[in-house]
Design a protein around this ligand. Structure first.
Ligand code: SF4
Length: 700
């Protein structure tokens, strides 16, 4: 039998629509010409989806750890054990003794269910997501500047802009379909700000190859330049922003001359002036920022400094003008919307008393987490020290993806109860579980995701669930019902459409236009309407149409309706290089692999692009250390050691090392990059500094 469905690609935050056809177990995938995100285009990963679909390596039934290894068990036994042990640990040690670590791979419905269980019924906010590692600094910057986690840009802005700035964003590799949108505009001026000469940098008109972690200095310099050249949008600043004097005063404490800024950033003052003048002279400017900006101990201030330049010049809320955070994962945005981050409650609400009371009223729940929970790095540290005694990890592989990954091994080894729900039977994290729960994969899942431009799309199932596999939201609901029979009604959903309807209802509940995230227009959808749902952008209030552009009226989500100009502080990295560790090690990614390769490694064509983990090192450093191109090298940091094949190239700066993050324990110590990473985090967002760890390197 042949089945064809419209669905959404499960990889990056572009959120491309696909048309997938399943013939037996053979799947073919092509781009969905009707989807607004990609208009029929797909990148190599999306095109290869059919080759990663199937049962190879799948976990198809629940299993529990025994002295002899993992043994299959029944759902009844597994669910009863998970619920019982969570209940017992909470009874003895309190709700904060348990935690959930979830993922931007989950659907919004899954995220909603687990957030409701943790925050509304167990009473802990110890639920965080791997999106913490990817875009939490952008979230914090949005909240500070705009009053809520609101992304001003839409994809059409990219083709409408006359100047595009890629700030720590190698879009050509990380968001290929988005990048291809600009091919129709060869007249656009493009600037890439990146310490590495990426494919995006190579194709740009101007590459500012800055010293790592000097982004705030560069963007603050632009703000000072706008002020000095009287290139502000005075009306916009006067009527729609707040804090100009404080920002002026803060900027004046540094020497903002072109020469001083250029020297601190390690670039030429001529290039810097070219960028600043282009920004001044162009009305339609989009500045994209992503992992290279966010994964830093000063990621929030990087985002704020970029946003400030747009606010000062009024380049926001208009066609082709926006600061634009691009998310890594397919549903990082959906997770943010339902409260998947430990410091957010639900529907973009915080842990203030009014929001807590509102959410508890809506849920009718017995309790509510009183305060924000532990963010990812702190959460695993609390597992390591025994404060958290049970953790349930869903759809993510922290043993490979977290910074200082060796410490995650120590944490999970000591933990009383590790539950892992995932698609694959063997991952580094799955191997640490006491109980393994088989979750639905892409092509089997049914629900929604939100992409980087606030468009909600359906992921649809093409096949019945194989083996004993279940949907994540359904597993969570079953555990909730077993934890306490009184909670049964609150988790009694007949399908994902009912979970989504409940989420939509919460966004609209007692809203009265105060919160921009409003899905009132989607409340009350029937199963048939949900099944037929076409991509839709929020806000979508009950009494209006979906909004295209936020802030078009100059109104922000702050109490006084004005955007805040928050003074960003210029700081160095959390840890400067030392004589023993003189290099800056930066973990990055390759074009054709996704996260820890559990899916993309299944497709031969994706393995061909880059076949092994390489370390980029500058020729001057290589010569000095006797390192030859193609030979093995050892990188050492305080946190660990990894082996790579050297790629000697002037695509990186002297003193910098770059290596991809995808390779896992199965290859250890070959290319396991995140075992090297210093777990320093941004104090505001909790996002780790993946882009700079002091390191040494030597020939193997
Ligand atoms: Fe999938 Fe992203 Fe590629 Fe689109 S750009 S096909 S969402 S990986």
């Amino acid at each position: 039998m042949t089945t064809t469905q419209s669905s959404t690609c499960p990889y990056c935050g572009v959120g491309c629509g696909v048309e997938a056809t399943l013939d037996g177990r053979q799947m073919t995938v092509r781009g969905d010409g009707a989807h607004p995100a990609n208009q029929g285009r797909l990148c190599s990963k999306g095109t290869a989806l059919g080759n990663t679909f199937g049962l190879e390596g799948r976990l198809l039934s629940p299993r529990r750890r025994t002295p002899q290894g993992f043994a299959e068990t029944t759902w009844e036994a597994a669910l009863t054990e998970v619920a019982g042990r969570f209940r017992d640990i909470i009874a003895e040690h309190g709700p904060d003794a348990v935690a959930f670590y979830v993922s931007g791979q989950l659907l919004t419905e899954d995220y909603y269910a687990v957030n409701k269980l943790a925050k509304g019924y167990i009473g802990t906010a110890n639920i965080d997501t791997n999106s913490r590692l990817c875009m939490s600094s952008a979230v914090a910057a949005h909240k500070l500047a705009f009053g809520a986690d609101l992304v001003p840009g839409v994809y059409d802005d990219l083709s409408e802009a006359d100047l595009l700035v890629f700030s720590g964003h190698n879009a050509a590799w990380t968001h290929p379909v988005l990048y291809r949108r600009i091919e129709a505009r060869p007249d656009q001026f493009r600037v890439c700000i990146d310490p590495r000469r990426t494919d995006t940098a190579k194709a740009a008109n101007l590459h500012l190859m800055i010293r790592p972690q000097t982004d705030v200095r560069l963007w603050n310099g632009l703000c000072a330049h706008l002020i000095a050249r009287d290139a502000l949008d005075h009306d916009f600043v006067d009527q729609h922003t707040h804090g100009f004097s404080r920002l002026m005063a803060a900027l004046s404490t540094d020497d903002q001359s072109l020469e001083a800024v250029a020297a601190d950033c390690g670039i030429s003052s001529v290039d810097l002036k070219t960028f600043y003048d282009a920004f001044l002279q162009t009305d339609k400017v989009v500045s994209l920022f992503s992992m290279g900006s966010n994964q830093s101990s000063q990621g929030v201030h990087k985002g704020l400094s970029l946003i400030n330049a747009h606010l000062l010049s009024g380049k926001i809320g208009k066609s082709g003008a926006a600061p634009f955070s691009i998310t890594g994962q397919p549903n990082a945005m959906g997770g943010r919307e339902v409260g998947g981050l430990a410091n957010m409650l639900a529907a973009h609400m915080d842990f203030d008393d009014a929001s807590k009371a509102l959410v508890q009223r809506y849920w009718g729940s017995p309790t509510l987490a009183p305060k924000p929970g532990l963010k990812a790095v702190d959460m695993f540290e609390a597992v390591r020290t025994g404060k958290i005694k049970a953790i349930w990890i869903m759809a993510t592989n922290p043993m490979v993806s977290m910074p200082d990954a060796n410490r995650i091994h120590e944490a999970l080894s000591k933990c009383e109860l590790v539950v892992v729900s995932d698609v694959m039977a063997r991952t580094d994290t799955m191997d640490m579980a006491h109980i393994q729960l088989p979750a639905a994969a892409w092509g089997e899942k049914d629900g929604t995701v939100t992409n980087s431009e606030r468009v909600i799309s359906r992921q649809r199932n093409l096949t019945r669930l194989p083996g004993d596999v279940r949907a994540d939201w359904a597993i969570i609901a079953e555990v909730a019902r077993r934890m306490n029979p009184d909670w049964a009604q609150a988790f009694d959903w007949a399908g994902p459409h009912e979970v989504f309807a409940e989420h939509a209802g919460l966004t609209a509940f007692e809203n009265n236009g105060q919160r921009f995230l409003d899905l009132g227009g989607l409340v009350g959808m029937t199963r048939a309407q949900y099944n037929a749902l076409m991509p839709v952008r929020w806000p979508f209030p009950a009494d209006g149409l979906p909004a295209t552009r936020l802030f078009a009226d100059g109104c922000f989500n702050t109490p006084n309706g004005r955007a805040r100009l928050v003074p960003p502080v210029v700081r160095g990295p959390a840890q400067q290089p030392t004589p023993d560790f003189p290099f800056s090690f930066n973990s990055c990614r390759v074009r054709d692999h996704w996260h820890t390769m559990t899916r993309t490694a299944l497709a031969p064509e994706l393995n061909r692009h880059i076949t092994e983990p390489t370390l980029d090192i500058h020729p001057k450093d290589a010569r000095r250390l006797g390192i030859r191109d193609g030979r093995l090298v050892v990188v050492t940091t305080v946190q660990g050691e990894a082996i790579y094949k050297a790629r000697v190239t002037d695509d990186v700066r002297v003193g910098n090392l770059h290596a991809p993050m995808h390779w896992t324990q199965q290859f250890a110590p070959y290319g396991r990059s995140n075992g090297l990473i210093n777990p320093a985090v941004d104090p505001l967002s909790g996002q780790p500094e993946f882009k700079h760890t002091p390191a040494q390197v030597r020939a193997f």
